[in-house]
Design a binder for this molecule. Sequence first.
Ligand code: F6R
Length: 238
Amino acid sequence: MKIVKSNSYDEMSKKAADIVISLVKKKSNTVLGLATGSTPLGLYGKLVKSYKNGEISFKDVKTVNLDEYYPITPSNNQSYRYFMNKNLFNKIDILKENTHMLSGKAVDCDKECEEYENLISSLGGVDLQILGIGRNGHIAFNEPGDKLSLYTHKTRLTDSTIEANSRFFSSRDEVPEAALTMGIGTIMKAKRIIILASGEDKKEAVRGMLSPYLDTHLPASLLSLHNNVTLFCTEDVL
Ligand code: F6R
């Protein structure tokens, strides 16, 4: 795994954004895999700035997000659909119909997940996947466990993730207990992956990810099997 270390969150976000910007400039119909959470916010801010400065257009770009809480409606301000619209999609010229997300109100979750896998394939796969890492080493909502799912699936969130994400809710009880998420295999099929990590609380997870062992209890460690992954991080995680 290649490591790009930065002195600040802002510098890390800029370096990661430069990768996205140069790809979109080179391939206007790029398929981007996107993450939510706090970590990519700086990167999304840089993409918005680049669009507003007239350097880049997202008009032919397609996106697929990693995950969505379940159950949740898209209009709920805690949904990942709401998050993406607010922090990126509403601020750039991307066509909403080209922004794909798992539905938090799907009736048949197995069908929803299978259709999402087919959708990604029909788009020609993900050119560049952006990831964050959970304090427990999860990627997307692939939580630590004895087994990891290859494909998009419904999962129960661990206590650690519910606790970590409760900062976005008014109380811990409001955090949904389940989610729909791409599987490890879905993520690994991306042509290129960038993973962002910043802050002391990610130190242990990053250490595990960079160790020379594969560990299903630290799902990010599986990324070592991919041949084009770059970690963009701040000094405090190393
Ligand atoms: C979000 C996602 C999660 C987050 C991770 C880190 O779509 O897939 O895996 O990337 O929980 O979240 P933050 O960046 O909030 O620390």
